[in-house]
Ligand binder design. Sequence first.
Ligand SMILES: [Zn+2]
Length: 580
Amino acid sequence: MTSSEALQLEARKAALLNAIRHGGKAETGAVIGRLLGAHPELRQKAAEVRTLVAGVLDQVNTMSLADQEKVIQQNWPEELAKEKPKTERGLPPLANVDKYPKIVTRFSPNPDSVLHLGNARAVILSHDYARKYSGKFILRFEDTDPRLKKAALQFYDLIRTDLRWLECAWDEEYCQSDRLELYYQYAEELIRKGDAYVCECASEDFKQLIESGRACPCRALTPEENLTRWKGMLEGEYDEGEVVLRVKTELDHPNPAVRDWPALRVIDPVKYPHPRVGSKYRVWPLYNMACGVDDHLMGISHVIRGKEHLTNMERQKYLYKHLGWTYPDAIHYGRLHLVGMDLSKSKMMRALEEGTYSDLSDPRLGTLMALRRRGITPQAIRGVVYEVGPRPVDATISWENVYAANRKIIDPTARRFFFVDRPVVVTISGVKSSRTVKIPAHPEHPEMGARELTIVAQDGTCHLLLSKADLGILKPGTVVRLMELFNMKVVQASESVTAEFQSETYAEARKVNAPLVHWLPEEHNCKATVVMPTAERIDGLGEPDLTQCHVDEVIQLVRFGFGRVDAVAQDSIGIYFAHQ
Ligand SMILES: [Zn+2]
């Protein structure tokens, strides 16, 4: 099959699919859009594509809807299945889906740090919307500021790990630092068309002029003069801060910050080498130039991001107008206030350098690395993101929201263990013999097995370990239920704690409203350390079976809380606390 025949067939398929979605009549624009989306190289041959599509539509649009469906069923049955709308767990539909051949979204982090909980919204919404519409999700590293927001190699990979963990696999990946020639190409096009100029004014002078709606002298230069300056920029005739390429806007735009915005500038390549491309480039695009060009070239249909980007959209729309492009649909969701979480990236990176935090997974941080380490699940984060969704109103979430969502997910599968922090010894008399008790790993799931604890009685006495935190309920005369063991009556609880055997059953304990406490045999246990969200380390002892856990397992320490197993050795375990 020649490529023109293949294209003809593809156009027919696109036309038929579009037709059945629109009552039997395909739309020219949508079919062309789908072809250009699948084959960006055809963008230069738009006229030929238009002729081809017109011919195909003449034929397809005379068919009945039933015939159209029959042809698809015969040739592309898998496409019919895709047409059935999948409800992606409560995401509201995207606007203008039919305008695009394919829904394409992107997540575009700066690899100067790892992702934090606040980023999860952009990642999950962008990814899940692409999946909801069988579209494409792009990961784009925005690494074009080697001076102030310098990328570091390790973060590219750590961000990829974060995305995989969030179950947001991407279909394509780009680094803007690979694409500088492209930005240069469009910069030159803008200059040639008189839509951009190279400004040599001191920034203070420019600011004064532009704030009163006046042009700086550079704006009136001819494209030729600007091209000469531009060449000078690329060839090193200007130092950092001496020059900037500006995209023209209305001089009286209501927001002065939009007026003739800066698109590319010089960064000293020796002083500020880039971690990926070294000192190869001295002219770097600013955010709106790189992002604007890429969103178009990558065929992004829906940009999903916070409303702090509204002004950037204003700026980029000028770029699109100058270059004859159509701006994608943009969804600007409201601010997310994360109560009790300080998510400022710069503050965090500074504190890290100063040694305040051990590393980026320090439990005090709101990074995904830290949440992961503590046993917060990606499903819980997705649940919280869906709660706030893409709505434009501001929302507030707290740690408690995250914990509640996580608890629901981990509680049914977390094995239970006793952990006694700051242990105190209790001597219990009246215990006739040693015994081994079998305790279910999960009270509601017997199929998860059981663990065994053995207490040793000698001359009618045994020694158990109780948590220091429980000393408060160990008043003389009080009956206490030792969970899954027996009931004891406290005799004395001053310097040392002594008690006597009271009765066997839980029913007897309930009759006297006995408080329940967990315990460990003094003879059989393992060392256990729990790292709390405050980074405090709590040393204690745990059941011997804890050392059979595997790293990453999420468990529940009875009456203490959930946590993730971080390290296991022969006779000790390290746990990161998640929540109660
Ligand atoms: Zn100027």
